[in-house]
Design a protein. Structure first.
Length: 691
């Protein structure tokens, strides 16, 4: 028997038509069973309240129609489309399409899928997704079956058959659970994708005892949440009952409040239910956001369960081709499909990926623009020609000894036998290239400045040879950039070819200067010892040129050679200080000049200078050790953005592509480079400590 006294007020408030119908049925039952025989029937009509009785009959008629409509089953809502797993790729966009609340046995038709962006229709292909769809979140359906003593026999067999049909129609990824409701609800199977286990659990059903329907529904909510299907997940409950509840420990109004708060949709199938039972089940389904279906026999019950399976429709995997004009744009994707004979659509925002040949995605070697054959041949020819020039310049046979003999012959006696110029060496191409380079250097007055920078770096090259070498490096960098990256590589290759030789020369000069500064105190100590032993300054410098390591030996030997050719020794040492950038050597030259003008003990002056330089060197090393942490931090802060950017450009080009293909991205990249340069200059000044 149903227990309407559990929640009479709530049911009346939620379903006025059912309340009116119930009142009409109560009056009809009372007039048929308790009215005495021979009682005048016209008494009611003769009352002053006859019109009120007529209105009551109209309300009762409306309630009866409502009940009959509920026996057929309420109309299902239109299918709701959901797009998930959206994956934009070059030239295509892929996603999964699902529909909720499909009426009856209707499914999605892959042939009717239509994808559009505004007025542009994208060619699309759709197919049913495979069994294991990783893009979909876990889904679960918990079945609550009334197996009290009143459903024994044919009704229980019909429930088993309908549940098996549900398992067959339900998509494979939906997990199924089962709860048997009798005097005490029992969990026969927790949510699982094993259909065989669900069938075995159905075979264990046995009808007995009373009905604790409301407690079983509450237990179902607990089972779903413990299995990981809490609020916000794709979960539902399906209840099969006749609406009777005789043993629950929870009232209907409390249960409906819990379901409403948990946002757990509960679909109810009323199987051979009474009017009061249908009222209870309708209240349960409406409060949870589910639907109510009615079934009078086993066939209708199976159809109801198949309809419940439509809430978890099959999933379609859709792939649409994207034209190049929509690439890398933000748009709204409209998807339309025919479900149950009616078109249903949904919209989702999307940002399309870059095209397959986008300039910003060609950092792995594919040209940004299609290069014509002549451009590739030209780039390859320039590359090999520049390599040839580099080899010829580096292997150029220099007649250094002959040139020195010619220079010395000018200081010989007049009328001496002329010295024949050295025979030209090398190929005609090399001589022509060097002649053109020498003419360029002389016309720009660059010879002195370039010669000084080469001497500081210790490079045995002449200025015009260095200019030709740098020009070859520029051509090589541009040709290599065009060959590897296309026309974009030309913008990167030319500056790289120009900066690489200059950077090499600068690093080499700095290292040579550091070695000279480190060796200078020991060389001056040798000069001091030689002076104290009675040697002249020239003889002391000669000892340094013979015994000191490179580059001190080479520089002092050159100064001594200039002195022997007639140059002033102090001026020769001054030129050594200019070439090496040594401030300590300038102090020594100043001490030598003062000694020449004033006199005194040069050995003691140089000894004091050596001790000062050693103390400064010791202090400099101490300061560098104290500032090592700051310098290391500076190297990391400056190098990390560059290294990370290069890594991302190589391994995640599609992520970094907008920086090169979009105006906003180019502006951001430019601002980032400027800020990096400013930060590098600032942090270099912070960590630089003058000792």
């Amino acid at each position: 028997m149903s227990r309407p006294e559990r929640n009479p007020g709530s049911r009346a408030e939620r379903d006025p038509a059912s309340r009116a119908a119930g009142s009409a049925r109560s009056r009809a039952a009372g007039s048929a069973g308790s009215r005495p025989t021979g009682r005048p029937e016209g008494r009611a009509a003769g009352r002053p309240g006859g019109r009120a009785l007529g209105r009551t009959l109209v309300v009762a008629l409306v309630g009866l129609v409502t009940v009959l409509a509920g026996a057929v089953g309420p109309a299902r809502a239109d299918a709701g489309l959901t797009v998930s797993g959206l994956e934009p790729a070059p030239g295509v966009v892929r996603f999964l399409l699902t529909a909720r609340d499909l009426p009856g046995d209707a499914t999605l038709d892959p042939a009717t899928v239509r994808v559009a962006v505004g007025g542009t229709v994208l060619p699309a292909e759709a197919a049913r997704a495979s069994r294991s769809v990783r893009e979909l979140p876990p889904r679960a359906l918990l079945v609550v079956l009334d197996v009290s003593g009143s459903v024994a026999g044919a009704r229980l067999a019909a429930a088993r058959s309908a549940a098996r049909a549900l398992a067959t129609e339900l998509p494979d990824d939906v997990q199924l659970g089962l709860i048997a409701v009798a005097g005490q609800p029992q969990v026969l199977l927790r949510p699982t994708a094993d259909r065989a286990a669900f069938t075995a659990a159905l075979d264990r059903l046995a009808a007995r005892g009373d009905t604790a329907l409301y407690s079983g529904v509450r237990l179902g909510r607990t089972v779903l949440e413990r299995a990981g299907f809490g609020p916000g997940t794709d979960r539902r409950m399906l209840v099969l009952s006749d609406g009777e509840d005789t043993a629950s420990s929870v009232a209907l109004d409390v249960l409906t409040a819990e379901l409403r708060a948990a946002e757990l949709p509960t679909d109810v199938v009323a199987f051979q239910a009474t009017a009061d039972g249908r009222d209870n089940l309708r209240t349960l389904s409406r409060a949870s956001g589910g639907t109510l279906l009615t079934a009078a026999d086993g066939a209708a019950l199976t159809a109801g369960f198949r309809a419940a399976a439509g809430t978890f429709s099959l999933v379609l995997a859709v792939e649409a081709r994207v034209p190049d004009e929509l690439a890398r744009r933000d748009a709204t994707l409209t998807v339309t499909v025919t479900a149950a004979g009616n078109p249903v659509s949904t919209s989702v925002p999307v940002r399309f990926a870059a095209p397959a040949r986008d300039p910003a995605t060609t950092l792995a070697g594919e040209p940004a623009l299609p290069l014509p054959p002549w451009a590739l041949w030209t780039a390859g020819g320039a590359f090999f020609l520049s390599l040839l020039v580099l080899v010829l310049v580096l292997a150029w046979p220099r007649a250094d000894n002959e040139a020195r003999i010619q220079q010395l012959a000018r200081f010989g006696p007049a009328g001496g036998a002329p010295v024949a110029p050295p025979a030209p060496a090398g190929t005609a191409l090399t001589r022509t290239a060097l002649a053109a380079s020498a003419s360029f250097v002389r016309s720009r007055n660059l010879e002195t400045r370039i010669a000084l920078s080469l001497e500081r770096a210790g490079l045995r090259l002449r200025p015009h040879e260095w200019v030709l070498l740098q020009a070859s490096a520029v051509v090589t960098g541009g040709a290599l950039g065009v060959t590897v990256l296309g026309w974009v590589g030309l913008v990167l290759g030319l500056p790289a070819g120009w900066l690489a030789p200059r950077l090499y020369r600068s690093v080499r000069a700095d290292r040579r200067t550091a070695r000279f500064t480190e060796q200078l105190p020991e060389a001056l100590q040798l000069v001091t010892s030689s002076l104290r032993s009675g040697l002249s300054l020239g003889q002391a410098l000669d000892a340094v040129a013979r015994e000191a390591p490179e580059p001190v030996s080479a520089e002092f030997g050159r100064a001594l050679a200039e002195h022997r050719l007639g140059a002033d020794l102090a001026e020769a040492l001054e030129r050594v200080a200019d070439r090496t950038g040594s401030e300590d050597l300038r102090w020594v030259v100043m001490a030598i000049r003062i000694h020449r003008d004033v006199g005194g003990n040069l050995a003691e002056v140089l000894q004091t200078t050596v001790e000062t330089m050693r103390e400064r060197s010791r202090l400099h090393r101490h300061v560098r050790s104290l500032s090592a942490e700051g310098r290391l931090s500076a190297y990391i802060l400056v190098g990390l953005p560059i290294a990370l950017g290069l890594f991302m450009f190589v391994f995640r080009r599609e992520y970094m592509a907008p920086l090169l293909g979009d105006p906003l991205g180019l502006a951001m990249l430019l601002v980032g480079v400027v800020l990096l340069v400013v930060g590098t200059v600032w942090i270099s000044r912070v960590v630089k400590v003058e000792a």
